[in-house]
Write a protein that binds this ligand. Structure first.
Ligand code: HEM
Length: 421
């Protein structure tokens, strides 16, 4: 074993790694561990997780696009064949909400659902939201500017993404706080070593969330509006009338709405916090970093590269195959660490340094292939709009204390972000 920090053991010969994902020394600064992994064994078996993990840029990028892997496997094999446990009774509502989530399905179902909502998320549609996002950011800053300090996650970052995705779907702004509560409970299911209480809370949230979405669906059936939910329902009617069978069922409408709401804000909230922190810690001058649109885009992309909000995504092997000398059987799960791929020294020079003017590969923070983040244009627009406004309005912005990272390893975000000016 190579000698490393006491919470990390790497056996480069067998490519086995031992690491406690809940250890604050790790999740507070995972980039140091990723750096060691790149040096010793970029592809490794994580003993505690009992799974193979990939961190190399080429491997992660290729596996995200490789159709021999999927986010789902039950479309090619049964639970019995794979020896998978039966669904658990106390998660019935959670499982139902996930059943048609874009993130949990594969073609042809994935292609059909994604095509139906894709138009709403393409850049030229999203771009129209810029003034509304800017106005929201300005008004929130108006609310705390005179205080000389704020906790930025609750006063700013938490509010913008949920408001924008809700407005797109057609949910009233005042539902924001309730949506945040459901969403926080729901994503508790993705935590390492989650407790039974986390599972019950996630299932309860899924039920309440789904019931709420169902009332919205019947509202929009009676009175359609100019929003995504009405569009999805309308498409359902038109297609079933024409008999082409392309309609969305109620369960599909609920799943799609829930995944958009959850995915649509959680990562962006964290990324607003991560970006502000990276910029303040870099010692670079915000006025320079945001001097024009191109500089702003580069700054935002570099914060996404060096401090991504979601670190790990999993894939099932849909057939027996071999990757980087690792033999995988159909039904094995592998994990791709996107945030580590962004630090591959074979692709990025001086990878742990924040250098917005680098012109190297595209970061993988939004994934790649058929599941590439459908909300990437929206998330990028939000970041590119609100960050320059924040730093222009509060030019003396400083960290009040060293920010504490949340104990949810794969979602890399802050517990709080206390700022003064
Ligand atoms: C900084 C913010 C965000 C990051 C870093 C991010 C990251 C990602 C990544 C990596 C994936 C691919 C997962 C995989 O391949 O397994 C993904 C998928 C997805 N994202 Fe995002 N996301 C962000 C914001 C958003 C927003 C604002 C929305 C709102 C619409 C959204 C909706 C989705 C959906 C629906 C999927 C599933 C797409 C599919 O499976 O076809 N995301 N996201």
């Amino acid at each position: 074993m190579t000698s490393l920090p006491d919470f990390l053991r790497i056996d480069a010969v067998s490519r086995h790694v031992s690491l406690d994902g809940r250890n604050p020394a790790f999740y507070s600064d995972p980039n140091q561990v990723y750096s060691a992994l790149h040096q010793h064994c970029p592809t490794f078996y994580w003993e505690e997780q009992r799974q193979w993990f990939f961190t190399g840029y080429e491997h992660v990028n290729a596996l995200l696009r490789d159709r021999r892997f999927g986010r789902q496997i039950l479309h090619v094999a049964s639970r019995e064949e794979l020896g998978l446990p039966e669904p658990q009774a106390h998660l019935v509502n959670f499982d139902l909400a996930e059943r048609h989530s874009l993130l949990e399905i594969e073609p042809p179902e994935h292609t059909r659902l994604r095509t139906l909502i894709n138009r709403a998320f393409v850049s030229r549609h999203i771009e129209r939201l810029r003034p509304e996002i800017a106005d929201l950011a300005e008004r929130l800053i108006d609310g705390f500017e005179k205080d000389g300090k704020t906790e930025l996650l609750s006063s700013f970052a938490d509010i913008i993404p949920v408001t924008m995705i809700s407005r797109m779907i057609g949910i009233p702004d005042e539902m924001g706080p309730q949506l945040l509560k459901w969403s926080h409970a729901y994503v508790g299911m993705y935590m390492f070593k989650r407790s039974k209480e986390d599972e019950y809370a996630a299932d309860r949230a899924a039920k309440e969330f789904a019931d709420y979405v169902k009332t919205l669906i019947s509202d929009r059936r009676r009175t359609p509006a100019e929003d995504l939910l009405s569009h999805m329902i309308h498409t359902e009617r038109k297609s079933s009338d024409s008999g082409r069978g392309q309609h969305l069922t109620d369960d599909e409408l609920v799943s799609t709405t829930i995944v958009l709401l959850n995915a649509g804000h959680e990562a962006t909230v964290h990324q607003i916090g991560n970006s502000v922190r990276v910029i303040l810690e870099s010692g670079l001058t915000p006025a320079e970093l945001f001097r024009d649109e191109t500089a702003t885009e580069r700054t935002v992309e570099e914060t996404l590269r060096i401090c991504a909000p979601v670190h790990i995504f999993q894939r099932w092997a849909l057939e027996d195959l071999e990757i980087d000398g690792v033999s995988l059987k159909r039904g094995d799960k592998v994990s791709l660490i996107l945030a580590a791929a962004n630090l591959d020294p074979r692709v990025f020079s001086d990878p742990l340094t924040f250098k917005p003017d680098r012109k190297e590969a595209q970061n993988l923070s939004f994934g790649a292939g058929i599941h590439f983040c459908i909300g990437a244009p929206l998330a990028r627009l939000e970041l590119n709009t609100v960050l320059p406004i924040l730093f222009r309005r509060l030019p003396d912005l400083r960290l009040e204390a060293k920010p504490v990272v949340k104990d949810v390893y794969h979602f890399h975000g802050l517990e709080r972000l206390d700022l003064v000016w």
